[in-house]
Design a protein around this ligand. Structure first.
Ligand code: GDP
Ligand code: ADP
Length: 205
């Protein structure tokens, strides 16, 4: 029987570096995971391409996808919807490939309920002050929004104990290496070889 793929979920507070780490992982040609491109109602930023960075949808289109059960999870985040296409995820896993999701924590919670067998990795900041610096240096937020993000981040960080692994994003490269090592170890753990050896021992008897 074909081995099913692994569902890998990378989550963590806003500004911790999820997008940065994900892009670094997928910039290497030897990366074996399939990235699930999300749907969103937010407008494309300069340089973003529909179907590459996101599938950009209107609110009506997104709500239609929700009502038709086409999303594995979705969340409203800073006034916009974000969601994961369920058909793509199921089909890719069925094909035996690992699927990688980079999503915020509310969505990750929903995925955990539907895919308890997934591999859930929480990306944590080295400290709260470093998180605040990262949110601020991104330059997309006003002072008031930065404070809101930090309040939200404290709540999100409390959820890290629900994850299988916590990886600190101190240096991007190091965090990526750890994530890849975790995935490899998880494959070894699941692809148990005892049945094969039992069979060999039986034959020898
Ligand atoms: N729940 C959920 N969150 C998503 C999805 N796709 C992206 N996100 C998260 O939405 C948040 C906002 O993403 P984006 O607008 O690209 O801005 P960013 O903060 O610069 O990464 C980030 O925390 C992403 O991880 C998705 O399909 N579902
Ligand atoms: N390891 C790191 N060290 C320093 N800065 C980082 C690191 N990882 C990400 N950043 C910076 O932090 C900011 C937020 O990163 P981003 O990937 O947008 O976070 P998220 O997707 O979690 O909201 C960006 O300016 C990014 O360049």
């Amino acid at each position: 029987m074909k081995e099913k793929g692994l569902l890998i979920v990378l989550s963590g507070p806003s500004g911790v570096g999820k997008g940065t780490v994900r892009k670094e992982i997928f910039s290497h040609e030897d990366t074996q995971f399939e990235y699930s491109i999300s749907m969103t109602t937010r407008s494309p930023r300069i340089g973003e391409v529909d179907g590459v960075d996101y599938f950009f949808k209107s609110r009506e289109e997104f709500e239609d996808l929700i009502s038709k059960g086409k999303l594995l999870e979705y969340a409203e985040y800073v006034g916009n919807y974000y969601g994961t296409p369920v058909d793509y995820v199921r089909q890719t896993l069925e094909d035996g490939k690992d699927v990688f999701l980079e999503i915020e924590v509310q969505g990750a919670k929903q995925v955990r309920e539907k895919f308890p067998d997934g591999l859930f990795i929480f990306l944590a900041p080295p400290s709260l002050s470093e998180l605040q610096t990262r949110i601020a240096t991104r330059g997309t937020e006003t002072d008031e929004l930065i404070l809101n993000r930090m309040t939200e981040a404290r709540r999100e960080i409390e959820l890290m104990e629900l994850y299988d692994y916590v990886v600190e994003n101190d240096k991007v490269e190091k965090a990526c290496e750890k994530i890849k090592a975790i995935v490899q170890a998880e494959h070894c753990r699941r692809e148990r070889v005892e049945p094969k050896y039992k069979q060999m021992l039986e034959v020898e008897k």
